[in-house]
Design a protein around this ligand. Structure first.
Ligand code: ADP
Ligand code: ASP
Ligand code: MG
Length: 483
């Protein structure tokens, strides 16, 4: 069986949902379909929740009305009258539950993380109903399943971690029999449920992760991520004009790309696929015949495959008087970050060796004022002599490619490109996995840095592949080719 996941733009309106249904229908194998909320719906639902928390009844009404309208527009595109009537009745119930949840928030003047998850889940739930009805109206027997009955998670609302065993058991009990009876099963992306049954979410963009979790639970032959770009590209097309499709990448490369900011895959998407060796394909609903990107265990070629930017970070530094103090001070820092559930994007020992650096998402953790003082207090409590520094508005740029990053001279070359482009480098490292080269740079310089890296590492490969003499601007890049 295969899993097909459709992202927000790919189910953004009635036409896109119908196009997605055509793609599903073209697959001959048993299939599970995972859907995101329609583009914009999750943000609107969050707006409604936040308006409710601040008692802004007009804001609540306005956002909720736009959500209802988005769903009604898709429903209006369903040709079969009985299916349309069914979906409208189901949507009414779902929207009534949404209104109740929002009203609760208004009454208590407070939005808890579990209430927020219950509210945002409405977007994916509605889309699973709409997709199932659309498929049936095209003569494809289909059933919807809300994935809070399938994906078991812990209770970190907003960023829940899956429980693989519970997920597999629930998928076998609930989804497998539907597939076996010949139905296409349409599941909600993004959501799961805590051990006590309350709905959780897997973090923004989490529907990709839902797809591989469900794929792994059902031992799928392939997971297809259908999106609005024709595959994983060599850079974010919004940042680099001549970004191009990377036909094949390894799990390790995909994992690093996603971790270091390539939004096309949620950072955790790849891990469930690795465990069972399930191929993941990234395809475009706007160009369904294009081959896209295939992600498997193998790495092909030894060149840099893509460059990425991760913005909104803060750079924490820890300086100790003597090298032998570093382990103890780091232990305190890691302990405090762990206790506060602060996720570390990257950590490295600086070349001075008495300094450790840690990169952390700034917005998620309250910025330097919160994290910096928390670490200072933790070190003081243990009477550890160390200096903590913190800088905001930092971005991480990365060049990803298994063979390329493993070469001993490649970090120097990577830094050379950044320096020549006039980008100040705050810290740099060759990730221990040898899959990515990374540097932290001021956020304002990240766009220029990524363009320079793309010119140097990607454009030059294509110029030489076409057998033409590289332009002068690319000759600089030739000196930094690492593959
Ligand atoms: P979906 O709604 O289908 O999940 P997303 O918006 O989450 O889609 O992810 C697709 C977007 O990711 C693309 O439109 C593109 O702007 C962005 N993106 C960032 N980096 C890359 C990359 N390296 N390759 C492809 N897309 C990328
Ligand atoms: N709808 C959710 C979001 O916007 C999940 C997803 O699209 O993957 O974050
Ligand atoms: Mg996405």
């Amino acid at each position: 069986m295969i899993v097909l996941k459709f992202g927000g733009t790919s189910v953004g309106d009635a036409v896109r949902v119908r196009e997605a249904a055509v793609i599903v229908a073209a697959q001959r194998q048993p299939r599970a379909v995972v859907v995101s909320a329609a583009a914009g719906a999750t943000n609107l639902l969050l707006d409604a929740a936040n308006a409710a928390a601040s008692g802004d009844q007009t804001g609540v009404e306005a956002a909720a009305a736009r959500v209802r309208q988005t769903h009604a527009d898709v429903a209006a595109g369903i040709a079969d009258e009985a299916e349309q009537a069914w979906v409208l009745a189901e949507l009414d119930q779902l929207h009534a539950a949404l209104d109740d949840n929002l009203a609760q928030v208004v009454v208590h003047n407070n939005l808890t993380a579990d209430q927020s998850d219950a509210i945002v889940a409405t977007g994916e739930k509605a889309m699973s109903l709409l997709m199932a009805a659309t498929l049936r109206s095209r003569g494809i027997p289909a059933a919807h399943v809300f994935a809070d009955r399938v994906i078991g998670t812990d209770d970190r609302f907003g960023a829940a971690r899956p429980d693989r065993v519970r997920t597999r058991d629930q998928a076998e009990a609930l989804v497998r029999p539907l597939l076996d009876s010949g139905l296409t099963v349409v599941l909600t992306g993004f959501i799961g449920s805590a051990p006590d049954g309350r709905t959780t979410t897997l973090g923004r963009g989490g529907s990709d992760y839902s797809a591989t979790l469900i794929g792994a639970a059902l031992n799928a032959d392939e997971v297809q991520i259908w999106t609005d770009v024709p595959g994983v590209l060599s850079a974010d097309p919004r940042q680099v004009d001549d970004a191009r499709v990377v036909p094949h990448i390894s799990y390790d490369e995909a994992q690093e790309l996603a971790h270091f900011g390539a939004k096309v895959l949620h950072p955790r998407t790849i891990r469930p696929a690795v465990a069972r060796g399930i191929p993941v394909r990234i395809l475009s609903t706007f160009a369904p015949d294009e081959p896209g990107t295939l992600v498997t265990r193998q790495s092909v070629g030894d060149q840099v495959k893509a460059v990425t930017v991760l913005s909104g970070l803060m750079l924490l530094t820890l300086d100790v008087p003597e090298l032998e103090d570093l382990a103890g001070a780091s232990a305190v820092v890691f302990g405090a970050l762990h206790d506060d559930r602060v996720e570390i994007v990257a950590a490295a020992q600086a070349s001075s060796r008495r300094r450790m650096t840690y990169l952390v998402d700034a917005a998620a953790h309250g910025g330097c004022s919160t994290v910096g003082s928390r670490l200072r207090a933790a070190l003081d409590a243990k009477d550890v002599e160390a200096e903590v520094g913190c800088a905001e508005d930092v971005a991480l740029v990365a060049a990803v490619g298994q063979g390329a990053a493993a070469q001993p001279t490649s970090l120097a070359r990577f830094l050379d490109v950044l320096t020549r482009s006039g980008t100040p480098v705050l810290s740099a490292s060759q990730q221990s996995s040898n899959v990515a080269l990374t540097a932290t740079v001021p956020a304002g310089q990240a766009a220029r840095a990524v363009q320079a890296l793309h010119n140097a590492f990607i454009r030059s490969q294509h110029a030489s592949a076409r057998g033409r003499r590289p332009r002068k601007s690319e000759l600089q890049s030739e000196s930094v080719r690492v593959g």
